[in-house]
Design a protein around this ligand. Sequence first.
Ligand SMILES: *Cc1c(COP(=O)(O)O)cnc(C)c1O
Length: 490
Amino acid sequence: MNFIQTRGFDTTKPETVTFSQAILAPIASFGGLYVPEKLPELGRDFLEKHLNSSYKELAKDMLGRFEIDIDSEVIDEALNLYDSFDDKNNPVPVVKVKENLYISELYHGPTRAFKDMALQPFGIVLSSIAQRLNESYLILAATSGDTGPAALETFKNRANVQVACLYPDGGTSDVQRLQMVTEDATNLKVIGIHGVFDDAQNALKHLLASESFKAALKEKNVSLSAANSVNFGRIIFQIIYHIHSYLELVRQNAITMGEKVYLNVPSGNFGNALGGYYASQMCVPVEKIIISSNENNVLTKLIKSGKYDLRESEVVGTTSPAMDILKSSNIERILFDMFGFARTRELMENLETQKFYELTADELTTLQNSFDADFCNGDEGKVYIKDTFTNDNYLMDPHTATCMKSYETCCDPKIKTIAYSTAEWTKFSPVIANALTGEVDAHDIDALESISQTASLEIPAVIKGLFSKEITQKTVIDKEDIEKEILKFL
Ligand SMILES: *Cc1c(COP(=O)(O)O)cnc(C)c1O
């Protein structure tokens, strides 16, 4: 299958590209994104067929229907990475929390957050394309905490790929920082920046646009690539678990085949929610997709009012930092699917030039037929964490907790909800300890111990071990020195 472009095509690029090409150069004409020419129509037959399939069997068949230009053996190798999740036979457990509310746990991979779901297999796929082309790629990543560890974990020791990962020193949790600075593979470079996440992100954008940097890379025969969440090579792996979660509900006799459900997704850059939307277009019977946000609530406003407005907004720091985003990139693919390329280009250009766009009344109705939304602030989130633990004996992280409010405000209680849990409690332990016991400013190690006791949960070995692991990545520099540092590493 070929991929087409959300803003139409400007003749400087091919009109359609293959999956591999869309992965290597994810930005399309006019700054748009790549989308499949046509989603595979799977329908109810596909669901029936996979009622008793394993996660990998389901995944293999779904990926096959996209007819992507990746060898079958490479896909097998990529999917085998799910074997390293906690339960090889069920990498994504779906747990009943209370009447009509089920949580699909996407965090059972090596770095304990949902980024592993897509980045684990994506690493194999990208490395295989690089080897096939006999080219060497530098992946640049700027992280506020979850993408960095997941990208390092997937690319470590992979052929033809090197990674430089920028993080704000002091701007991540202890666990997230340790996950990065204890990585010792020689193809990985982790760089702490004096500054906040925006500084790391801006430094990365500056590098991507720098002619001197590109020339220096060319001299070393290295091409640049990005593993960010607009890359369709990540999105494709995020459709599978939505289908899996629906089938799990059927298997658990919570619903009958064909019954509609809500998908409730804690959202930032909208990759997870987009995967749910594609799954609903392909085969999953969905009542609505509920978009849950924190205080950075542009998506709530868009879905409630049709206005995407960045004129007055600034990103605010929250207790769910992986969702601290105002420009939610994957929304563009929804606009394209609903309104076509000409309108998408117009809306996105308005957003870039005027920091604003507004849907027509008809367009808003179309959007609201598929989506509803609400946001939950940090204090409300902590109450949900504590109440759900006390009443339902289920411990959730602050990102997942944003779903609890929209579950109450957006969902018809007679219809079952699948909410998605995007991080294990171990990744955001100080906030959770504060929610459970009121203790403040705990370091991760103390918060982990205290939650472990309060909730009688064991700290996973991969997390506990971080605190005694040798720190191998010691570079912390000013942002002016990043380019030099990366070239030195290469
Ligand atoms: C990345 C992330 C999100 C947001 O996911 P998107 O696909 O960007 O919407 C939510 N929660 C956690 C813990 C994450 O790491």
